[in-house]
Structure formats: structure tokens, C-alpha cells
Design a protein around this ligand. Structure first.
Ligand code: 7PM
Length: 285
């Protein structure tokens, strides 16, 4: 059976699942700072309401991010990131949904797990010094994402000879590094990192080539929601990218994705319901 171990829980991936994005950064591109007050502190009631709605709409996981990875974004200190993220992890503990924390910092990983986070979503694939040690010392699930370069400069000149082979090779190397550090593969997910040091062509090749990632033997997560590749293909701004994002998400599921990281939970879950109903009748499925 396909599942991923996430601390005291396990996430069943027999059917594709949805992760709702909850950004607690002042500069996130599609929900810019609505969840922070004037002093930059997270607003409990607004966040709980938004999170409860995503859980009700069908999200199995919520991803809390306090460190913007927007191309060119300002770096955030560890203390500032903890102040934003840790209270949110605790507030969401009362909801019936798994909690993911989007961070690259080992200190934030440690405290997030202590506060009850089930999954660490690391766009840097645990390459920070000390990250593997922290993860060895707890039992949270881990999403390893591919990124070429770093957020400030990654979109300047992305370059690959064979993007699918290089991304799959990188993720295979990171899975081995975690295994060598004593971290079970049953805790791991991989993610091609759509838009992270990639041109439109690279993103399209990765979506078409997802089977090379499922071949790594761990579940695959994909985030295309409202991203600039959707804007480039449709000419729409972030809020107008919902439907086209779902087209890309369903394509990713068709190619083997198990978790969709999205802003529009209700819409994506509706699309998946239809997808599953048809698939259940398909003798070739
Ligand atoms: C600006 C640009 C703001 C890009 C936010 C983003 C992913 C992720 C993000 C993903 C995993 C966004 C991204 N994207 N984590 N974090 N996979 N695992 O669109 O694709 O939310 S941040």
C-alpha cells in the first residue's frame, strides 16, 4: 500500500491527496500578507478560519510557510521565521488535517516537529548543515524538492542538458543521503520543484517526464498552482490561474503525482472527485 510516514500519523496515498498552501509571509505572491497583522505577527482567527475551510474542502495536509521562496525574495532570520510559523503549527493542531512546515532551516525544523508538525517541506532538499541530524532525531515526513541555484537568482539563467535526468538524479542522490543518515525512505517524498530554477520548457518537460520521478520508489508531490508557467501559457495574473492550474495538476496525477500542492483546495478536490469516479470505471486503470 502506498503511504508516507509522518510522525505519529501516516498519510494514505492510495488516492491522490491535496496539500493546501497557507503562507504566513508578508510578500507571498498570491495571498500577500493577508494572514499577518501590521507588526508582522500571524493573525490567529483569520488563519484558523482559512485553515479550517481548506480542511473542510478536502485538504489532507496544510503547508505553512514563513520564508518566502519567491524569486528575489529577502532572506528571513531564523527567529523571525519561528515567530511566524510555530504559533500557527500549534493553533492548527486542533484541526483534522496533517501539518506541513515549509522551511530550509534545521532550527525551524526541530521546533516545528516539537510543536506537532507532521511533515517538513524543504525546497532545499535537506542540504543545509545540520538538517539531516534534526530529521534523524524526529519522525516527521520529509518532502525533498529540486531547485537549481537559490531563490534570489535561480530564474536568471536556468540551464540543463537533460532536465528530467538531472532532476531525477539529484533527488536519487538526496534520498541516498537521507538513507545513509538513518532516515527511512518510508518518510520521504520527492518533488520536481516546478519554477525553481526552470524555464517554461524545463517545467513542461518535467511534468511530461514525471514517471522518471515515480521510478525513484517514493511518492511524488507537484506544485504548479498559480505559478508563472501557468501565467505564461494563459496570459492571466495569479488570481486568474485557477482553472489552468487544475489542468496541469490533473495531468501531473495522470503521470503519477500523489500529492498536489495548491492554493485552491475546493476547486482541485472537485476536479479530483470527477477524475477518481471516471478512473474507478476504467477497466484499463
Ligand atoms: C513565489 C514563487 C512565491 C513561488 C511562492 C512560490 C513549492 C513549494 C513553493 C513546490 C514544494 C508557490 C511557490 N512551491 N514546495 N514551495 N513544491 N514542495 O507557488 O512546488 O507557492 S513556493
Amino acid at each position: 500500500m502506498s503511504e508516507v510516514l509522518c510522525g505519529n500519523a501516516s498519510l494514505d496515498l492510495e488516492q491522490p491527496q491535496v496539500m493546501g498552501v497557507l503562507n504566513v509571509t508578508p510578500d507571498s505572491f498570491s495571498d500577500g500578507g493577508e494572514l499577518l497583522d501590521a507588526r508582522g505577527q500571524p493573525c490567529r482567527d483569520v488563519i484558523l478560519e482559512r485553515a479550517a475551510a481548506m480542511a473542510r474542502d478536502g485538504a489532507a495536509l496544510l503547508d505553512i510557510g514563513g520564508e518566502s521562496t519567491r524569486p528575489g525574495a529577502r532572506k528571513v532570520s531564523e527567529a523571525e521565521e519561528m515567530d511566524r510559523v510555530l504559533p500557527v503549527v500549534e493553533w492548527l493542531g486542533e484541526l483534522d488535517v496533517l501539518i506541513s512546515v515549509d522551511t530550509t532551516k534545521p532550527g525551524v525544523m526541530r521546533e516545528a516537529c516539537a510543536s506537532g508538525a507532521h511533515l517538513i517541506n524543504d525546497v532545499n532538499a535537506c542540504r543545509a548543515a545540520g538538517a539531516l541530524k534534526v530529521l534523524k532525531e524526529n519522525s516527521a515526513g520529509i518532502c525533498l524538492m529540486h531547485m537549481q541555484g537559490e531563490p534570489a537568482t535561480m530564474q536568471r539563467r536556468p540551464r540543463y542538458d537533460d532536465v528530467v535526468a538531472e532532476v531525477a538524479g539529484f533527488l536519487a542522490e538526496r534520498l541516498s543521503a537521507l538513507e545513509e543518515a538513518g532516515i527511512s525512505r518510508e518518510r520521504c517524498l520527492v518533488d520536481p520543484g516546478i519554477g525553481f530554477g526552470k524555464t517554461l520548457e524545463h517545467n513542461l518537460a518535467l511534468l511530461a517526464g514525471l514517471p522518471a520521478l515515480t521510478a525513484l520508489g517514493v511518492p511524488v508531490m507537484v506544485g504548479v498552482s498559480r505559478k508563472s508557467m501557468i501565467g505564461t501559457l494563459t496570459g492571466k495574473d495569479a488570481k486568474g490561474r485557477v482553472h489552468a492550474s487544475i489542468a496541469a495538476a490533473l495531468y501531473a496525477v495522470m503521470r503519477g503525482a500523489s500529492i498536489l500542492r495548491v492554493h485552491d483546495v475546493a476547486e482541485t478536490c472537485d476536479a479530483l472527485k470527477v477524475w477518481r469516479a471516471i478512473g474507478a470505471r476504467d477497466v484499463h486503470a
